[in-house]
Design a binder for this molecule. Structure first.
Ligand code: HGY
Ligand code: MN
Ligand code: MN
Length: 420
C-alpha cells in the first residue's frame, strides 16, 4: 500500500519550497550582482525554460507562447467545464527583488503539484501562466504578455523600439517567436471562469498591521510618459547663466514640479525614474534631456487631471526657460476593481485558513488589470518584510507567509465554483 503523497498543506512545506525556487530563478540574471530579467534577454529565456520544466513536473502540459508567456495547463475532470487562470509575471525591473511576480507563479505551480500528487482533478481546468513582460522596462509598455492572453495586444507596439533601437518585432523574431501568432493567443472569454493572482503587497501595510495576507479590492490606474526637453548647447565656460537654454535644468525644475504637485494632491503619486542627457559632456550645456514619468491614482479622474496639470506646468516652465518640450504617452491602464464574487471566494479561503480578512487597494499595477472586463479578477496580497520595500534587492517575504498563501490558494481552488 503506497503511502499517500505528502500533503503540503499539512506539512507547511509549500513555503520553503517556493522560496528556494525564487532563489534559484534569481540566479538567472542579466547582471553580475542582483537580479535583472528584462524581456527576452538570455536570462529571461532561461527563466522561461525553468518555469516550463517545473510546470511539466507538476503534471501540467506546458509551453511557451508567441509572446514568451509560459503556460501550464492542468486539465479538469471534465473537458468542457471552463478554465481558471492563475498567473503573474516573471520579468523584473532592473536590480529587482526576487518575489515580485515570481511568487504568484511559483505558488500556483506548487499548489497544482500538490493536487497532481494527490491525483486530484478539479471540475475545471487550471492554466498557470508566467507572463513574459509586465513591467514594461524594455519597450516602455507594460502588460505585453497578459494583454496577448486577454486578446488586447496592440500590434502597433511591434514597431516600438528599445534603448538599443531594436523593435519589438525584431526582438521576438530574434528569440525565435512569431509576432504574427500573438493575435491568436487571446482566450475565448466564454471559456474563462476567472483570473486570480497571488502577489507581494509591495508596501508596508500588512507588515505594520501584523497580517500575512490581504484581498485586493482595486488596482490603481497608471499612465506613463516619455518627456523630451529641447534647449541649446553651449560652452560651459563662456555662456552667461542668463543667456542659457539649458535642457537639464529645465528638466530638473519639471521633476520638482511633479513632486510638489503629486505631494499636494490626495491619492496621486508621480515618479521620474529615468533622467538622461544623451551624449552629455562635462563642459557642454545640455541641449537635450529625456525623462520618464509614471503617475498613479486610484481614481481615473484624479489621474486624468494630474496628466493635464503636469503637462500645463511643464509647458510654463519650458516657456519661461526658452526651451521646448515634447510629452508622449507610452502606456496607460485604468484603475480597475476586483470582482466582488472573486473577493468573496478569496475571503472564504482566507477565513478557512484561519487568517483575519483584510482588504487593500493596490497602488502597483498587475497583470490582473488586463483581464478586467473579460472575466472575474481577484488578487491575494502577501506581506513584505523590510519595511515593505519592493523593486529592490531588499524585497523579502517569509516562508510562513508564502506557505499560508499557497494553502489559501489551494483552498480557494478546491472550493471554487462558478455559482455565486
Ligand atoms: O509598476 C508597477 O506597478 C508594477 O510593478 N508593474
Ligand atoms: Mn513590479
Ligand atoms: Mn509585479
Amino acid at each position: 500500500m503506497t503511502k499517500s503523497p505528502p500533503d503540503h498543506a499539512d506539512t507547511g512545506r509549500f513555503g520553503p519550497h517556493i522560496l528556494a525556487r525564487a532563489e534559484q530563478l534569481a540566479r538567472l540574471s542579466e547582471s553580475e550582482a542582483g537580479l535583472t530579467c528584462t524581456y527576452l534577454s538570455a536570462a529571461h529565456r532561461a527563466t522561461a525554460a525553468q518555469l516550463r520544466e517545473w510546470m511539466r513536473d507538476a503534471g501540467m502540459v506546458s509551453s511557451i507562447d508567441a509572446v514568451g508567456n509560459v503556460v501550464g495547463r492542468y486539465a479538469g475532470s471534465t473537458s468542457a467545464a471552463g478554465t481558471l487562470i492563475v498567473g503573474s509575471h516573471y520579468d523584473t525591473v532592473r536590480n529587482a527583488g526576487k518575489y515580485d511576480g515570481r511568487l504568484g507563479i511559483l505558488t500556483a505551480i506548487a499548489v497544482v503539484d500538490d493536487l497532481n500528487r494527490a491525483r486530484r482533478r478539479l471540475p475545471f481546468a487550471i492554466e498557470v501562466i508566467g507572463f513574459s513582460e509586465e513591467e514594461g522596462v524594455r519597450f516602455s509598455s507594460a502588460y505585453l504578455g497578459s494583454s496577448a492572453v486577454a486578446g488586447r495586444f496592440d500590434p502597433a507596439l511591434l514597431r516600438r523600439r528599445d534603448e538599443a533601437g531594436e523593435t519589438l518585432d525584431g526582438a521576438l523574431r530574434a528569440a525565435g517567436l512569431d509576432p504574427a501568432a500573438i493575435a491568436r493567443l487571446g482566450r475565448a472569454a466564454h471559456d474563462l471562469l476567472g483570473y486570480v493572482e497571488v502577489h507581494i503587497e509591495q508596501g508596508p501595510v500588512l507588515l505594520d498591521e501584523g497580517l500575512p495576507l490581504s484581498i485586493v479590492t482595486s488596482i490603481a490606474g497608471a499612465a506613463r510618459y516619455a518627456i523630451t526637453v529641447h534647449g541649446s548647447a553651449g560652452h560651459a565656460g563662456t555662456v552667461p547663466m542668463a543667456l542659457r537654454r539649458d535642457a537639464a535644468t529645465a528638466a530638473a525644475e519639471i521633476v520638482l514640479f511633479v513632486e510638489r504637485h503629486c505631494a499636494a494632491t490626495a491619492g496621486l503619486v508621480g515618479t521620474v525614474g529615468k533622467i538622461t542627457v544623451p551624449e552629455g559632456t562635462v563642459n557642454v550645456i545640455p541641449k537635450l534631456c529625456e525623462l520618464s514619468l509614471d503617475i498613479r491614482a486610484a481614481e481615473d479622474e484624479v489621474l486624468q487631471a494630474a496628466a493635464a496639470d503636469i503637462s500645463a506646468g511643464s509647458a510654463q516652465i519650458a516657456a519661461r526657460r526658452g526651451v521646448t518640450i515634447e510629452i508622449h504617452e507610452t502606456s496607460r491602464s485604468p484603475s480597475v476593481s476586483c470582482s466582488p464574487q472573486m473577493q468573496a471566494k478569496l475571503e472564504g479561503a482566507v477565513a478557512r485558513c484561519g487568517v483575519q480578512v483584510r482588504h487593500l487597494v493596490s497602488g502597483a499595477g498587475h497583470d490582473a488589470v488586463m483581464f478586467h472586463g473579460i472575466t472575474e479578477i481577484g488578487m491575494l496580497f502577501v506581506r513584505c518584510g523590510n519595511g515593505g520595500i519592493s523593486h529592490s534587492p531588499l524585497e523579502s517575504i517569509s516562508a510562513e507567509d508564502a506557505d499560508l498563501a499557497a494553502r489559501v490558494l489551494r483552498d480557494f481552488l478546491l472550493h471554487f465554483s462558478t455559482s455565486p
